[in-house]
Design a protein around this ligand. Structure first.
Ligand SMILES: NC(=O)c1ccc[n+]([C@@H]2O[C@H](COP(=O)([O-])OP(=O)(O)OC[C@H]3O[C@@H](n4cnc5c(N)ncnc54)[C@H](OP(=O)(O)O)[C@@H]3O)[C@@H](O)[C@H]2O)c1
Length: 160
């Protein structure tokens, strides 16, 4: 699911029942619009889609990498500069399926835990910004992020 968060109510729940849904969303009200229920503190942004799709297996993934970098940082399995992407979700089977997909794109995955733990790679956290060169931001080539480095960044922002 890659749409502005403000459009989440238009995602049809019934056809997605029982399916794995990859949630790439980052709440960025300044760029993509406000969501009143988030701003009121009723639902944390990282749980919004799963709350809207209670019958689906939502896995947070791809939210920590700019799409242009996703296209250039993929590497074969075992390459020293292969990157690791964080994933989180409440279904182990769904996370396994998403990890297989991500592996096919040239990335390892690190399972951060239940969906609620995706707060550790929420917008603005070190893990979410890891691929960005602070000097060039989105214009610069993305930086590879190894598993060890990712875990250090995630740990800095929550329990191990
Ligand atoms: N861009 C990235 O590299 C990136 C990386 C990580 C996470 N994300 C997250 O992914 C989400 C989307 O970001 P984006 O940059 O891809 O945004 P975007 O380009 O503004 O929108 C993505 C898609 O959403 C569709 N869309 C817009 N309004 C819609 C609506 N009301 N109902 C259904 N579809 C609608 C657009 O379709 P039309 O073009 O047909 O309007 C477009 O194809 C955000 O939460 C963002 O934080 C993006």
């Amino acid at each position: 699911m890659t749409i502005p968060v403000r459009a989440y109510r238009q995602v049809p729940a019934e056809p997605l029942r029982g399916k794995v849904v990859i949630d790439t969303l980052n709440y960025d009200p300044a760029r993509l619009g406000h969501v009143p229920e988030i701003d009121a503190g009723n639902t944390p942004p990282h749980l919004l889609l799963q709350t809207h799709l209670p019958g689906s297996h939502v896995v947070k993934a791809f939210s920590s990498i700019f799409h242009r970098h996703l296209a250039t940082l993929g590497r074969p399995e075992g390459a020293p500069d292969r990157s690791t992407l964080p994933i989180a979700g409440d279904s182990d089977d769904a996370k396994r399926a998403v990890a297989t997909l991500i592996d096919s794109l040239g990335y390892d995955t690190h399972d951060v835990g239940p969906l609620a733990e995706s707060r550790r790679f929420a917008p603005g956290t070190p893990a979410q910004l890891a691929h960005l060169d602070p000097d060039g931001m989105f214009a610069a080539p993305g930086r590879p992020v190894t598993a060890a480095h990712l875990i250090t960044l995630l740990t800095a922002h929550g329990a191990s």
